[in-house]
Design a protein around this ligand. Structure first.
Ligand code: PLP
Length: 387
């Protein structure tokens, strides 16, 4: 560790192997994985079809510059568009990079097409990444501390308050960017009707609506994309995390006419959409669609939420269970900062956000038996902590 920058507080285990919802450490201990690399391995670890696609592609061609046509990109973009809205896609390597691309596209569109100012409103509590533009867009002060000067052009509005959002709109604003469910912010689900009102506000003022679906996308919430729950269609949607089931990949998906604000030379990424990343993503999306993973996630999510409701009745320290599909937040009253470490003794991987929310984002293929096992283990851990 001496030569690795200390940007993470790491837990004291080393994971060396994973299959489905299970991972193993160096000593051969087996853990139930309720984190999935933070909503990344949605099909579980080492999914055979993804492994096979990667092996096959690796034997043919790892990398190819975007100086040339990459047919796998064209195929993946077509599938994404057919299963979302009529769009064109730019491929990159991470969530922050996808959001950077979306921010640049908004600015280009405002300068060249809509005539509105290029400012972007984001929401308090949001998380959009760690690059300079995306941490400025993020509605949490802790990620900005010490990184001045920050780029201009971002306004943060209070969460879930349509009147406050409306007040923040002036001629300098060209877009609203939000997560349909806030992930890092604590699994926060917006108030009923809020997203529809945001869409109406954007339409009234000619603003672009950007959905950051980096965490909520790829069936995590029980629809392939979270926007599909309430029929509010964004103009731009960003994806990453589970798109390649663990292979690094991101995407900016934009309404066709908005995408046209970019032309050759306006944006690029050396590795973006390379054949290996595309092979992993094509296999991931194909499995998701063919095997009805979103429906399975809805059903398993409902089951796990019900079981957690029973757990909440046994633990007065559980204040609320917030869930959509298999994106679940257990809001507790206690400080849970040591819980992820305590969980290792019970051989379960858990993640805590905002100090007091247990975030469950397991692989979407998790079985009911594994859900029961998770509930029993969480029960034991919380009991020991007196929650
Ligand atoms: C909603 C959202 N946007 C963006 C990001 C940043 O993604 P990455 O870490 O791949 O840059 C994350 C990461 O947690 C996220 O949850």
């Amino acid at each position: 560790m001496e030569h690795v920058m200390e940007t993470y507080s790491r837990l004291p285990i080393t994971l060396v192997k994973g299959r489905g919802c299970r991972v193993q450490d160096e000593q051969g201990n087996d853990y139930l994985d309720m984190v999935a690399g933070i909503a990344v391995c949605n099909l579980g670890h080492a999914h055979p079809q993804v492994v096979e696609a990667l092996k096959k592609q690796a034997e043919e061609l790892f990398h190819c510059s975007n100086l040339y046509r990459i047919p796998q990109q064209e195929a993946l973009a077509r599938i994404i568009s057919k299963n979302s809205f009529d769009s064109r896609v730019f491929f990159c390597n991470s969530g922050a990079e996808a959001n950077e691309g979306a921010i640049k596209l908004v600015r280009r569109y405002c300068h060249d097409c809509s005539g509105r100012g290029p400012g972007i409103i984001t929401l308090a509590g949001s998380f959009h990444g760690r690059t300079l533009a995306t941490l400025t867009a993020t509605g949490q002060d802790k990620v900005k501390k010490g990184f001045d000067p920050l780029p201009g052009g971002f306004v943060i509005a209070p969460y879930g308050d349509i009147d406050a959002l409306s007040e923040a709109v002036d001629d300098s604003i060209g877009a609203v960017m939000l997560e349909p469910i806030q992930g890092e912010g604590g699994v926060r689900i917006p108030p009923e009707g809020y997203l529809t009102q945001v869409r109406e506000l954007c339409d009234r003022h000619g603003l672009l609506l950007v959905y950051d679906e980096v965490q909520t996308g790829m069936a995590r919430t029980g629809e392939l994309f979270c926007y599909q729950h309430d029929g509010v269609v964004p103009d731009i949607m960003t994806l990453a995390k589970a798109l390649g089931n663990g292979f690094p990949v991101g995407a900016v998906v934009a309404r066709r006419d908005v995408a046209e604000a970019f032309d050759p030379g306006s944006h690029a990424s050396t590795f973006g959409g390379n054949p290996l990343a595309m092979a992993a993503s094509l296999a991931t999306l194909t499995v998701m669609l063919e095997q009805g993973i979103a429906r399975r996630c809805r059903e398993t999510g409902a089951y796990l939420t019900e079981r957690l409701g029973e757990l909440a009745r046994l633990h007065p320290g559980i204040r609320e269970i917030r869930s959509r599909g298999l994106m679940i937040g257990i809001q507790c009253d206690a400080d849970l900062s040591s819980l992820a470490k305590d969980a290792l003794k019970e051989r379960i991987l858990l993640n805590v956000i905002q100090g007091s929310v247990i975030r469950l984002v397991p692989p979407l293929i998790i079985s009911r038996e594994e859900c029961n096992e998770a509930v029993e283990k969480i029960h034991k851990i919380l009991k020991e902590k007196g929650v």
